[in-house]
Design a protein around this ligand. Sequence first.
Ligand SMILES: [Zn+2]
Length: 238
Amino acid sequence: MSIPQPANPIRTLALPGGREIAFNLRRSARARHILIRIDEADGDVELVLPRRASVRDGLAFAHSRAGWIEARLGALPPAVPFRHGTVLPLLGEPLTLSRPVNGAKRTRRIGDELMVPGDEAVFAGRVRRWLIAEARREIGTRAEHLARRVERPIRRLAIRDPATRWGSCSAAGGLSFSWRLILAPPAVLDYVVAHEIAHLRELNHSARFWSLVDGLVGAHKAERAWLRQNGAELRRYG
Ligand SMILES: [Zn+2]
């Protein structure tokens, strides 16, 4: 259901500590009350208005909650930028971002180090591209293997950076995964791939779907719990 959105959705709010933040104003057909949402992954703040609430009441509410917003933003885990010395959990194992000493031109993994050539300006982009390629390889191998087991073809496999989902499957057989899964333990990656592959047969979350997932990866309660507890952390990288 969609309803008309405010003409000027981006507003600013002064926090008690002196910092000013921008937030998004959104009208929701489903919201019962004015509410504030904070995206744990990137710290984006959103003010959600029910259909009949006035923008003025919404803004007054945001002002009255400025202290709470500041506390919540302050409690978020800090962002982890891709730079020299950063340690990433590649498939759950530490991988240190380094600069090659020998003038190598290509990004290359040597043991537990990722050697990234080039200056500050290109470093993060190269790390990200390398991680996306790694994710494509690791996810692709698993997906092909499991697709044969459910006897369904994969029409398309995309690696993206969605804000909230780890994977998705379309009715046309297109699969999409977050590259950030490459920063999760292998069992978690196995579970998410099995989940989406199972959707190639069952495009729902019925009992039949879950027993198919069980058949592909076995028990997966711990992996789902891991994603709930650590998902926001994975979105802080890069
Ligand atoms: Zn699903």
